[in-house]
Design a protein around this ligand. Structure first.
Ligand SMILES: Nc1ncnc2c1ncn2[C@@H]1O[C@H](COP(=O)(O)OP(=O)(O)OP(=O)(O)O)[C@@H](O)[C@H]1O
Length: 267
């Protein structure tokens, strides 16, 4: 692992941080799952929100994104499935510029779970079936139950109306709905912020299980402990820049002053 800020082997501009080094033009299987290069967002009023963020994310890792409120974590995550277009910079999925992909197919491959879940009208089953239905695939009942179980919901939820659910339950249905699309990458924006400790643990277990099945997971979390429990690598985002990439157990060794302060106050 190299967390250098000055690696120019890929011709990328600084600041450049790699979660895992991959040689250029290497075998497609060892290319980064996601490459973010010079990603910049400037607000309509001219304020920089993301500043030339560069990062490689290897397949099958859980990458935690942490940082102070307003540092750009959600904005970064949303860029990965084109919920906004960058002011400059590029994002590659398996080596392909995501702007060359059809947005719907990108969002099937790169599923996102938002901080506040939004469910469609209808019952839980309708919600879980939605994505596959769009592609002409009818999910069998057993598959729906499997997805709900993975998201820590028992089969009594199948027929519940989506407007009868608590925020935590809706969040878990949203997770099952996202998984129904068989994504390759899962973007999680504080996925357990509305959950009790037992559900949190079950969802963390599910995230680790999904990783073992080969999913690449990028997760924003305010919980350092959670990141230490499940992430393989952590990107520290401060004021729109990834200032450090560390292994979770090395967080106390962060050198950036704002990162140090944030970590001290968070632990
Ligand atoms: N659509 C937008 N237009 C203008 N500014 C925005 C927009 N969305 C976000 N911002 C600003 O960009 C900055 C980063 O926001 P973002 O939500 O990405 O931060 P965050 O690190 O996820 O914060 P939190 O931890 O509080 O969720 C903030 O200053 C926010 O006010």
């Amino acid at each position: 692992m190299d967390s250098s800020n000055s690696d120019d082997r890929f011709g990328l501009r600084e600041p450049f941080v790699v979660v895992e080094v991959n040689e250029p033009d290497s075998d497609p299987d060892t290319k980064p799952k996601i490459r973010v290069s010079g990603l910049t967002r400037v607000s309509n009023s001219g304020v920089p929100i993301l500043r030339e963020v560069c990062v490689d994310i290897s397949k099958g890792l859980i990458v935690g994104i942490i940082g102070p409120s307003g540092s750009g974590k959600s904005t970064f995550l949303r860029a990965l499935n084109r919920l906004w277009e960058p002011s400059s910079g590029s994002i590659f999925l398996d080596g392909q510029d995501i702007t060359d992909l059809d947005v719907l197919s990108l969002r099937r491959r790169v599923g996102m779970l938002f901080q506040l879940p939004v469910l469609f009208e209808g019952n839980v089953m309708d919600n879980v079936r939605y994505g596959p239905n769009l592609r002409g695939k009818k999910l069998q009942d057993e598959e729906i139950l499997r997805l709900l179980k993975l998201a820590d919901l028992d089969d009594t939820f199948v027929k519940k109306n989506s407007n009868e659910l608590s925020v935590g339950q809706a969040q878990r249905v949203a997770l099952a709905r996202t998984l129904a699309n068989e994504p390759e990458v899962l973007l999680l924006d504080e996925p357990t912020s509305a959950l009790d400790p037992i559900s949190t643990q079950n969802i963390e277990d599910a995230i680790v299980k999904l990783k073992k099945e080969g999913l690449t997971i990028v997760m924003v979390s305010h919980s350092i402990k959670q990141i230490q429990r499940i992430a393989d690598m952590v990107c520290l985002l401060v004021d729109g820049e990834i200032v450090e990439v560390l292994e979770p157990q090395q967080l106390s060794q962060a050198k950036h002053p704002m990162a140090q302060r944030f970590l001290q106050l968070s632990s």
